[in-house]
Ligand binder design. Structure first.
Ligand code: GLA
Length: 636
């Protein structure tokens, strides 16, 4: 690749996409493919649930702690309710044997792994978990070294030996390690962290001290342009290929952990089952807001098989311990609404009864595990209170009313928030109290500070014969979202309680994805509006985009299309095309800013995959937000 192309690739997600998927074939990324391209391999039809060692123990792990958690999940009934993955996070490894690259377990902490005449093996450990009806997860890193090696204050739980022996990450060993984890040891889940690609540059203290070898950083938390996105994607693709080889039955789960760096909030969905949208959660309310915000406006980037991951639950500690049940309920409610993985992060051997009960709320679990897989959409937004609405497979809605602040609030919930008619009764069941009530048009609610009310709601749909696309984000995949120059998202809560506390100058906007496709709003947060006509419902996206839409048996696609009033490019024009299984079914005329929205109505009977493509003459698509207003799939 020549130098200029290389620079362009680093700074442009769309080009990266083109580079990774289309360059070889010379294909145009806006051309319909007739296939769903988000990740569907592995076993993540619904978000995984379970327990992970990290929030509870950090690297200070051992077999008793982990098997103790497994036993407690079984004994408390939480396993039967779905919490089945038992994930070992960082800290399990002793070293890599240099002669043959074999990874060696810290068997002093995991005595059952000792074997006469051979390297320690986790096979007995995973057999035990499997015999308990559970699944087993393990942790590794994209680079040569792990996050604890990059950031632990001391060497206590770190791999030991020479520089080479302490290189326990996947780098250069992907096929061998994945085969070891899945074929030999029998794991079912892998979390792949990225610190080895972030913290071992030539000028890092770790490298300068001679304790670690240099690996040119490919991820830069502070700069999307300095992240080598194709390089990181290539590694995830290799891991995926190794997983497929090692798991002929497809029983694996691939969890990407690059914390929102390198614009992964836009492409993680194409490379794994889970993708972390932010840096680590801490047991602080404010930090939880950061992690929640990093996923909350990414509904279109999550689908069955490819979920947003705002990190593990911190219920049981700090602001979410047994004396903060309101906060703990909110944490679980929000994660359930976001279709986030539900990984418990406390020492389950002495978990308070109140928290076990809270985590076992079956109604909440059912919201998270709903098979339709539609992440909640933010229906009312402010810095103080938000209303989240999630379409369920039975046609009901889950509604969360979330008080972000510490003060009590009065909130009005309306039928319109749920896209229900306001002249018909909406039945509500409060999923925390079990109380039933009815809403007629609107309902006044009182919320305590930091409280989240969650309801299951049944009403009469505004659209009687179908579903708006913004009600079914799990069926809409932004294959190309039009973002050519990824920018950090400025809307995410900036907490004072991350890894670095209040040292330094504070967290800047760092997580890419700003300008991505949005439900019921324009890409940069503005309203959907075309030539002065306001639309409450629809999809806002940038020009030069392609959305894949799964059709679950509907016969007609309808929308009103146009350039959004928030555009800055007032001269370019855009054409909206609708494809069905790769064939053109309908298109708008060429539309400019200021043109009235053009109605489209297209027969999609029998079509499995619809593609919505906007081609524009705009050289800067970011200046040209376009609107698929009231986009819907209907029965007639
Ligand atoms: C990173 C990850 C955490 C955890 C630690 C382990 O910080 O984001 O979730 O896995 O590494 O060192």
């Amino acid at each position: 690749m020549n130098h200029t192309l290389k620079r362009l690739c680093r700074s442009s997600a769309a080009l990266l996409f083109l580079a990774s998927f289309h360059a070889a074939s010379g294909a145009d990324p806006l051309s319909p493919t007739g296939t769903w391209s988000a990740y569907t391999a592995g076993r993540a039809a619904t978000p995984p649930m379970g327990w992970s060692s990290w929030n509870a123990f950090g690297t200070d792990i051992d077999e008793d702690k982990i098997l103790g958690a497994a036993q407690a999940l079984v004994d408390t009934g939480l396993a039967a309710k779905g919490y089945r993955y038992i994930n070992i996070d960082d800290g399990w490894w002793l070293q890599r044997r240099v002669s043959d690259g074999q990874l060696i377990i810290r068997s002093e902490r995991f005595p059952s792994t000792r074997r006469d005449g051979g390297p320690p093996s986790f096979r007995g450990f995973t057999d035990r978990l499997h015999a308990m009806g559970l699944k087993a997860g393990i942790y590794t890193d994209l680079g040569r070294n792990s996050c604890s090696q990059a950031y632990s204050p001391d060497d206590r739980d770190l791999p030991q030996g020479t520089v080479l022996e302490r290189e326990v990450g996947l780098y250069g060993h992907t096929r061998q390690d994945i085969a070891l984890f899945f074929e030999t040891w029998g794991f079912d889940f892998i979390k792949v962290d990225g610190c080895g690609l972030r913290a071992f540059g030539a000028d890092s203290e770790k490298v300068r001290s001679g304790k670690y070898r240099e690996l040119r950083p490919m991820l830069d938390m502070d700069s999307i342009a300095r992240s080598d996105i194709p390089g990181v994607q290539k590694q995830f693709r290799e891991i995926h290929e190794a997983l497929v080889q090692s798991n002929p039955d497809g029983d694996f789960l691939l969890s990407l952990c690059v914390w929102g760096a390198g614009n992964v909030r836009a492409w993680g969905k194409d490379f794994g089952n889970l993708s972390r949208t932010s840096d680590d959660i801490t047991p602080s309310w404010s930090r939880m807001l950061t992690n929640y915000d990093s996923a909350a406006k990414r509904a279109f980037y999550a689908h069955p098989g490819s979920w947003n991951d705002p990190d593990m639950l911190f219920i049981g500690r700090g602001d979410f311990d047994a004396s903060h049940l309101t906060e703990a309920r909110s944490h679980l409610s929000l994660w359930a609404m976001l279709n986030a993985p539900l990984f418990i992060g406390m020492d389950m051997r002495n978990a308070p009864e109140s928290l076990v009960k809270l985590l076992g709320n079956q109604e909440l679990i059912a919201i998270n595990q709903d098979p339709a897989g539609h992440q909640a959409v933010v229906a009312y937004d402010s810095n103080d209170v938000q209303v989240l609405v999630k379409t369920l497979s039975d046609g009901d809605k889950a509604v969360a009313v979330f008080n972000r602040g510490a003060a009590a609030l009065e909130v009005v919930l309306t039928a319109a928030h749920m896209k229900f008619r306001d002249d018909a009764v909406v039945d509500l069941v409060d999923l925390w109290s079990g109380q039933h009530q009815q809403l007629r048009g609107k309902l006044n609610l009182k919320l305590d500070g930091r409280q989240t009310l969650v309801f299951k709601a049944r009403g009469t749909r505004v659209l009687p014969d179908g579903l708006f696309l913004s009600e079914q984000p799990g069926n809409v995949n932004p294959a190309v979202d039009g973002v050519r120059q990824p920018m950090p998202d400025p809307t995410i809560h900036r907490s004072a309680f991350g890894w670095h506390g209040t040292s330094g100058s504070g967290e800047r906007p760092i997580y890419g994805g700003w300008g991505g496709v949005q439900p019921d709003g324009a890409p940069f947060g503005e309203a959907l509006s075309v030539n002065g006509r306001r639309f409450e419902t629809g999809i806002g996206v940038l020009a030069n985009s392609r959305l894949e839409v799964r059709n679950t048996g509907y016969s007609r696609f309808t929308a009103s299309v146009g350039v959004n009033d928030s555009a800055r490019d007032l001269d370019s024009s855009a054409t909206f095309s609708v494809y069905g299984d790769g064939k053109l079914l309908g298109a708008s005329r060429s539309l400019k800013w200021g043109d009235a929205a053009q109605p489209l109505s297209v027969d999609v009977s029998g079509v499995k995959l619809i593609e919505l493509v906007v081609r524009a003459t705009a050289t800067d698509p970011a200046a040209m937000p376009v609107t698929w207003a009231e986009a819907a799939l209907r029965r007639q």
